[in-house]
Design a protein around this ligand. Structure first.
Ligand code: HMG
Length: 464
């Protein structure tokens, strides 16, 4: 059965911090953020926005654009790592808000849960809902998967410049206009890890930044190996001598905690795919140096990171590798467009991968590329940690959706925050009622109960 993504809508807060202002304030070289990490702006939530109203706003846009009534929606899942409650699921808040527009009880037939596994949970939610449709359980109804997060790190930490916020809502059905998932190839890897985690009651995560970078690469590679095996065994992709499966994937979308992580992931995968192929000889001629090997190739992530000589050489080799004709062509053709939105918005945790997908569709279409029949490969990663690799094919009807995509128009007029206002918001010094912007056509948080019998109850309103 053809199951996939029919439409995709996003909601991004309009406030942002400019990476150059931020770098100056923290005594960093602005080039480190812009060129080193690929960050130019970070979306920041206003005082009256939380992950639930970001999710509800994305969902409302999706439903209004498609003239959907709640009766046509059988499942509403929200994947997030910015949960508001240990028990109450984020989708219940979302349904509460949507019912302010569609009427009390209008979603009562609809099922769904909140999903958690750091940034990868949205991909698990998509997969499970796709299987709900495949299993014939949907009775012709749509599933909606919303990914919504606020990426917030401690002030002054090295994570602080990889913040962002936003939500993406995806409509799934058995006759998708946009992209059909490839069947029987979705693959995962999983391992108990502490690269990035947020203990109960703590608003910001504990992060081992360089460890998390390398773990991400290793986990995605493992899931990719499993994907490769399935794609070849099922005959989904056939390769000839001297080829890699990546030659048959037209676009790659990677989880993007910051834009340049996509480049890191691409060079990591390509080096491992290409090093046993005839083309490697040409590549080594261009790099002028052999690929370095760690002192203990079977060592742990810690031992590899501690091998300073190897790390320095590997860094040098990666730089030379990414300047080769072969890498450059692959990067420009298959990855570059997916990175644009991330550098304008920042990390959206669960939504980052799908922002990259959305970005690739819009910017490739703008270049005049015909996307029909193109295969998209997805590398999803969540700390803690798990990766998922899957793929899909763009459908003949895709233009109906993609022709209207306009990231800047969809975000609306963006307002640059002063560092003072940003820090006020970051440190929660302002109440929801002290928002900087006047909300229009959106759900906002109006207050949080503090009395012992209803502590934590959140009130939302739809502002016309
Ligand atoms: P850092 O200490 O800023 O890193 O931490 P750095 O010193 O290695 O610098 C970063 C890059 O800037 C390097 O580029 C430098 O060379 C370059 P690279 O060599 O790697 O290509 N650079 C410069 N470039 C130009 N001019 C300069 C200059 N100086 C340096 N003057 C880190 C970076 C990402 C680790 C940090 O920001 C962090 O900890 N972020 C949060 C964690 C994170 O994003 N991890 C990513 C992988 S884990 C993940 O994706 C999961 C996650 O989304 C959570 C989830 O799953 O829920 C985070």
């Amino acid at each position: 059965m053809a199951v996939g993504i029919d439409d995709i809508a996003l909601f991004i807060p309009r406030l942002f911090v400019d990476s150059a202002d931020f770098a100056m304030a923290r005594g960093l070289d602005p080039a480190k953020l812009k060129q080193g990490l690929g960050i130019s702006k970070m979306a920041i939530v206003d005082t009256n926005q939380d992950p639930a109203c970001l999710a509800a706003n994305a969902c409302l846009k999706l439903m209004q654009r498609n003239n959907l009534s709640p009766h046509e929606v059988g499942r509403l899942y929200v994947a997030t790592e910015s949960a508001l409650d240990e028990s109450k699921a984020l989708n219940s808040y979302v349904i509460g808000m949507l019912e302010q527009v569609y009427g009390d009880g209008s979603f009562e037939h609809c099922g769904g849960i909140e999903c958690k596994f750091a940034c990868v949970s949205g991909s698990y939610a998509l997969y499970d809902n796709a299987n709900w449709i495949r299993a014939g359980e949907s009775e012709g109804k749509y599933a909606i998967v919303v990914v919504s997060d606020i990426a917030k790190y401690d002030m002054g930490s090295s994570g602080e410049y990889t913040q962002g916020a936003g939500a993406i809502a995806m409509l799934l059905n058995d006759n998708p206009r946009l992209m059909q998932f490839d069947p029987k190839v979705t693959s995962t890897s999983i391992k108990n890890e502490y690269d990035f985690y947020r203990p109960f009651g703590k608003e910001t995560p504990i992060v081992h930044g360089q460890y998390s970078n390398l773990l991400y690469l290793i986990q995605v590679k493992k899931a990719f190996e499993a994907y490769k095996k399935k794609a070849l065994e099922t005959g989904l992709i056939k390769i000839r001598d001297g080829e890699t499966i990546l030659d048959h994937i037209d676009y790659l979308c990677m989880h993007l905690p910051y834009s340049n992580m996509g480049k890191k992931a691409l060079s990591y995968l390509l080096r491992r795919e290409w090093r046993n192929l005839p083309r490697w000889k040409r590549i080594i001629e261009q790099t002028g140096m052999e690929e370095p090997v760690p002192k203990d190739p079977r060592g742990t992530i810690e031992s590899i990171l501690a091998d300073e000589e190897y790390m320095a050489k590997d860094h040098e080799f990666t730089k030379l590798f990414t300047r080769t004709k072969e890498y450059q062509a692959f990067y420009e053709d298959k990855l570059a467009s997916s990175l644009i939105a991330s550098s304008m918005i920042g990390n959206l945790y669960t939504a980052s991968l799908y922002l990259g997908f959305r970005s690739c569709l819009e910017f490739e279409f703008q270049k005049g590329v015909d996307l029909e029949g193109k295969r998209f490969g997805f590398g999803s990663y969540g700390s803690g940690s798990s990766a998922m690799v899957f793929s899909g094919i763009i459908q003949p009807t895709y233009k109906e959706i993609v022709k209207n995509m306009n990231l800047e128009a969809e975000i609306g007029e963006r307002i640059k925050l002063s560092l003072h206002d940003y820090e006020e918001i970051h440190e929660n010094r302002r109440a929801p009622s002290q928002s900087l912007l006047d909300p229009k056509n959106e759900f906002v948080l109006v207050g949080i109960e503090n009395s012992p019998e209803s502590k934590g109850e959140r009130k939302y309103a739809f502002c016309q």
